[in-house]
Design a protein around this ligand. Structure first.
Ligand SMILES: [Zn+2]
Length: 168
């Protein structure tokens, strides 16, 4: 296992639309292990491959933050098929450390996801899991959650983020 370096807002690799995962390989298993490990160390609910500079449609989510092995989800070439309701709450991102902003997301999200063996299935998430589905799938499309805000608010967040980086 290895913790990978997480790239930050401003890195052009976070804006690339990722490529689909092909046939499953042992290297991908290793990548998934590393992603879970990195999310755990960084205190994140999830992380997408582009955040460690690998532009593949692959992400991991663990809403229990390492407490419950059953809550580990691997997203492979996922797409959102249904969004229901609304939730309003704070959201953060490992690529924008120190920043949490209130963002509206659907309350319940259904995704179509691939298994390692290539089979497809649907998965429903509510509350935090629904938010995580949206957040990670956005990463795979090259979108960070701060992109939802208007230019003025985005500028303010950016200023705050840069200031915090300098403190660290
Ligand atoms: Zn993120």
């Amino acid at each position: 296992m290895a913790v990978r370096e997480v790239i930050h807002w401003g890195d052009p690799r976070l804006k690339i639309k990722s490529a689909d995962v092909g046939p499953w390989t042992p290297e991908l298993d290793q990548l998934v292990t590393d992603l879970f490990e990195t999310a755990l160390v960084e205190d994140g609910v999830g992380i997408a491959a582009p955040q460690i500079g690998i532009n593949l449609n692959l992400a991991v989510i663990d809403c229990s933050c390492g407490e419950d092995p059953d809550s580990k989800i691997i997203l492979i070439n996922p797409t959102i098929v249904k969004e229901e309701g609304k939730q309003v709450g704070p959201e953060g991102c490992l690529s924008i450390p120190g920043i949490h902003e209130v963002l509206e997301r659907p309350q319940r999200v259904t995704i179509r996801n691939r298994k390692k063996d290539g089979a497809w299935y649907e998965l429903v998430g509510e509350d935090l899991l629904a938010r995580a589905f949206c957040h990670e799938i956005d990463h795979l499309r090259g979108r960070l959650f701060v992109e939802y805000f208007g230019p003025i608010k985005k500028k303010l967040i950016q200023r705050k983020f840069i200031k915090q980086l300098q403190v660290v």
